[in-house]
Design a protein around this ligand. Structure first.
Ligand code: PLP
Length: 353
């Protein structure tokens, strides 16, 4: 198989998905398994479903289309563009929303397709990405409720994204009470109270998840075994289900500081260098068109990242615990961003084991 590549350990991934689903289910919470980081790869989506996920969720219509073959509800995560409402109605059962103009357009699209579309109203609770202000949620729900082809499926909240705000008992209790006021007003029960992403999982462990939250949208914790509020690994999860591999094309002993007159690097930046004398430098055939190079953690201790351009990255392997030669493959653990980027790059082959 060509290099660079990303190897998916399907047993570890399945274990992670089953563990998260069970953790949530024991607390009365369903999981919308998030596929966007892996471009909705259908082999991975299948593992999520077989592991008991209630729904598949993605932020892009092009990915939801790939998931159409699976007989589980789909959730559109990104606030829909007005220009894509027809596809959103066609390929998802629920979408997260915060703009009335868009919900009206979704209603019209549903009308054209002779369907009903479920909306989850996003409520702003401090992270400052999507959502209506919490004191406007009820009025917003009132207006959405009037639309003919829209069913008010529930409300949702997002944390840990723009502001890095950590969900807690207080903010989520307030969120549940907003749901309560909507339910009272219409005499209905909202089907979905979606209390966040991987960053909300720690509340389950600490038994602090407010009663009423019945859905979480989980990507990173399943894929990389990491919750995103404190960067912890919940009990029993694997952090190495994905391995990024890159091949060494040059190893030379060279200085640690460039010589000659210096200007900007390949990405227009001026870099600082620490003088460590002569070091052993390895060039790997993998660069910024493949992944986010500075967010890779080498599985070999002692290898140190020096820099990258479009299709090369350079590591200091002077103190690496392994003696590398040209042609060797170096294994890395990708961050979430590096995983997204590697999965999206057509230059990185995907291998399933
Ligand atoms: C990506 C995304 C998620 C998943 O977040 P993780 O941190 O990967 O669990 C949840 N909700 C929304 C709205 C998202 O865009």
């Amino acid at each position: 198989m060509s290099q660079p590549k990303i190897i998916v350990d399907t047993d570890k991934l399945r274990h992670n998905a089953e563990t998260i689903v069970k953790l949530c289910r024991d607390a009365g919470i369903g999981v919308s398994a998030v596929t966007k980081a892996v471009c909705a790869d259908i082999r991975i989506a299948r593992i999520f479903i077989e592991s008991g996920a209630d729904m598949l969720a993605d932020s892009r219509v092009i990915n939801l289309k790939k998931l159409a073959q699976f007989p589980v509800p789909k959730m559109m995560l990104r606030i829909p563009m007005l220009s894509e409402v027809d596809d959103v109605v066609m390929y998802s059962d629920f979408s997260l929303n915060s703009e009335m103009a868009t919900i009206k357009a979704l209603s019209a699209a549903a009308e054209r397709q002779n369907r009903t579309h479920g909306i989850v109203i996003m409520v702003e609770m401090g992270d400052l990405r999507e959502g209506v202000q919490s004191d406007e949620a009820l009025e917003f729900a009132r207006e959405a409720y009037k639309l003919p082809r829209i069913s008010l499926a529930g409300i949702g909240v997002n944390f840990n994204c723009y502001g890095g705000v950590i969900p807690d008992e207080k903010s989520l209790s307030e969120f549940v009470s907003i749901a309560g006021s909507i339910e009272n007003e219409f005499g209905v029960r909202l089907k979905i109270l979606s209390g966040g992403n991987s960053g909300s999982l720690y509340l389950l462990k600490e038994k602090k998840m407010p009663r009423g939250i019945n859905n979480l949208r989980i990507g990173e914790a399943i894929l990389l075994g990491r919750e995103t509020s404190f960067g912890q690994t919940p009990d029993g999860l694997y952090t190495d289900a994905f391995t990024l591999c890159a091949e060494i094309v040059e190893i030379k002993d060279k200085p640690s500081v460039p010589f000659g007159r210096t200007g900007l690097n390949a990405f227009g930046q001026k870099q600082e260098f620490e003088d460590k004398g002569i070091i052993k430098r390895a060039i790997l055939a993998c660069g910024r068109q493949d992944t986010i190079c500075d967010q890779l953690t080498p599985r070999t201790k002692g290898a140190r990242y020096l820099g990258a351009s479009s299709d090369h990255m350079i590591f200091d392997i002077t103190n690496a615990e392994k003696e590398f030669i040209v042609g060797d493959i170096v294994n890395f653990s990708p961050s979430y961003g590096a995983l997204v980027s590697a999965f999206t790059s057509k230059y990185v082959s995907k291998v399933f084991r």
